[in-house]
Write a protein that binds this ligand. Structure first.
Ligand code: C2E
Ligand code: CA
Ligand code: CA
Length: 554
């Protein structure tokens, strides 16, 4: 059967008093959507009442005459037939308090002025898809697989409980990660057994005074009497252990809790917040549980802003490439450098790579950025070669995410060749996390890059899960010791490990860069062990291009 809903143009309602803004939004949307316009909340409600389910999404301004955005949200919240229509708030970018207030009143998301057409189209599109996907399971009271409440009925029962009880409640969320992948790898029966097992474990952990719901394929929610954070951490641990005994023991669960919910707020927006928290867990190394609190709220909005700005930042050249020298011991001068990205945003100011890189990795944008850094590096190398200035090999970082790019090696070769850079001048830094992700693809790509003549540097060695076997399987030229080692050189055990690493590297003909060296003692110690390069503040911080040229001249 052909799915008619796919071909039909969806309708979006724009509620905004400013005629110009209304027209801008309409023109951004009009190619993909039918657009209805309302000049204030009251007109918006009238349109909704006559169109009802025909409207797929609302873009809402807050400051408006007659009926403002807050009153509009309140009215919608009280009208069951309208409550599931997603609402995106349009706001000026500094109005963080407003945004939070709107999300608390049932809005799903926000976009900031001045409008970025790409951001708006993407958010509108994904919000509509999300709602339509969930409305398929909306129709029955009980989830057919696990027998917990289905989405709408969970909302109804949770709201009833919140209204009629004196007890303080929390919302707990359990998300099964990569469910689509599990479904493609395992039989339906196995996946269903897993889901049933998870629900059974949740029921055992939470007891009968809680309400359970399945809000999407992969997420379960629990409305449960208030508990301390430690209790949730324990429950999360119990659930993870329970999975190990189920049909797919390596399934990964992430958890979040929204403590002490306000009974006057629609449950859907409480769940949205718990969802935001659970989505964030993947950015936090080694964590499975996140709590939605004020700290999280601030961070969440900042992350959304960063993701909203990234594409324009690249177009507007806000990203700059810095170079940190690698000091060659013995030669007593710079023997190389690492290209490191820097971002100063006009409004947010300096943003640390430690903050934006995990976000970019998750959105996939990191690959575009890494190509940009490689290109800028090659352009600078070409300039240094042409001007006869001293030139050293420069390494560029490749994220583990880049290895999903089907033409990664070819693209890097293409960039180097575009500027006629001898391949030995460009080094490639890779991390072991890429290795564990997608082993064969990773090995093949690194092999291709190595065969093309680029030096391969294994980054962050010793951080996280290092295994010496990688050294046997990968063609590595240089090993970069994580700064953990520089910090812990005084421990006799660490020293012993270091000496072993140096002796293995020597046998394998691999050179070593010690990272994060900040003192003369650390540098001397590494020198004694036979280290080739030192990269760290003791010799130099990452430098701008001009500063780096000056450094090389000295
Ligand atoms: P990394 O690749 O391990 O880079 C080394 C980091 O250590 C850099 O931080 C550098 O500024 C810092 N560092 C160097 N010497 C010292 C020292 O003596 N003491 C201390 N405390 N720190 C030192 P940065 O630039 O903030 O970058 C953080 C991480 O972000 C990098 O770690 C890398 O994983 C990632 N990154 C940076 N630029 C890029 C890029 O262009 N692409 C990708 N994929 N990742 C990047
Ligand atoms: Ca690096
Ligand atoms: Ca490193």
């Amino acid at each position: 059967m052909k799915d008619m809903s796919l071909s039909k143009k969806r309708t979006v309602l724009v509620v905004e008093d400013d005629l110009i803004n209304r027209e801008i939004l309409s023109s951004i949307l009009s190619d993909a959507y039918d657009v209805l316009q309302a000049e204030n909340g009251k007109v918006g409600i009238e349109i909704l009442e006559s169109w009802k389910k025909e409207i797929s999404l609302i873009l809402l301004d807050i400051q408006m005459p007659v009926m403002n955005g807050y009153e509009f949200l309140k009215t919608i919240g009280q009208t069951p037939s309208l409550r599931t229509i997603p609402i995106i708030i349009t706001t000026s970018s500094n109005a963080t308090d407003d945004e939070i207030k709107c999300l608390e009143n049932g809005a799903s998301d926000f976009v900031t002025k001045p409008y970025n057409p790409d951001v708006i189209l993407r958010r509108v599109g994904s919000m509509i898809r999300l709602r339509e996907a969930s409305s398929v399971i909306d129709r029955v009271e009980r989830d057919t697989v696990t027998s917990v409440y289905s989405r709408d009925f969970f909302f109804i029962f949770a709201e009833k409980l919140l209204k009629n009880s004196e007890t303080e409640y929390d919302i707990f969320c359990c998300k099964i990660m990569y469910l689509k992948m599990l479904q493609s790898r395992h039989s339906q029966a196995k996946v269903e057994k897993l889901l049933i097992g998870i629900v059974k474990a949740m029921e055992e952990n939470f007891g009968s005074d809680s309400v359970f719901g399945r809000l999407s394929d992969s997420t379960f929610f629990v409305l449960t009497p208030h508990k301390a954070r430690e209790n949730y951490e324990n429950i999360s641990e119990n659930l993870r252990n329970a999975v190990k005994t189920l049909s797919i023991p390596d399934a990964v669960l992430h958890f979040s809790a929204y403590p002490s919910v306000d009974g006057k707020v629609p449950v859907i927006s409480l769940c949205n917040k718990a969802t935001a928290a659970v989505e964030d867990v993947k950015y936090q190394f080694g964590k499975q549980f996140a709590e939605y609190n004020s700290e999280f709220k601030d961070k969440y909005f900042r992350h959304q802003a960063i993701l909203g700005y990234m594409e324009s930042a690249l177009k507007e050249n806000q990203f700059e490439v810095y170079y940190q020298p690698k000091y060659a011991l013995g030669k007593e001068k710079a023997g190389g450098a690492e290209a490191l990205i820097r971002w100063t945003h006009p409004k947010l100011g300096f943003i640390s790579p430690g903050e934006f890189i995990p976000l970019f990795e998750n959105s996939g944008f990191i690959t575009e950025l890494d190509f940009y850094v490689a290109e800028k590096t090659c352009r600078d190398l070409r300039e240094w070669l042409d001007s006869g200035k001293p030139t050293v090999p420069v390494s560029c970082n490749l994220s583990r995410v880049d290895f999903s790019h089907p033409k990664l090696a070819e693209t890097i070769v293409g960039i180097a060749d575009k500027y006629s850079i001898p391949h030995e001048l460009l080094h490639i830094e890779v991390t072991e996390s890429a290795y564990t992700n997608n082993m064969q693809v990773f090995l093949n790509t690194v092999q291709k890059l190595h065969n093309a003549g680029f030096c391969i540097e294994l980054d962050d060695f010793g951080a996280g899960y290092s295994s010496l076997t990688v050294l046997g399987e990968l063609d590595i030229d240089i090993l970069k010791l994580d700064m953990y080692f520089a910090r812990n050189m005084n421990s006799p055990k660490q020293r012993l490990i270091l000496e072993h690493i140096f002796s293995i590297a020597k046998n394998l003909n691999i050179e070593i860069v010690a990272e994060g060296v900040e003192t003369k003692e650390q540098s001397d110690d590494f020198r004694d062990m036979g280290c080739t390069y030192i990269q760290g503040y003791y010799y130099s911080k990452p430098l701008t291009k001009a500063q780096f040229e000056e450094y090389l001249n000295k």
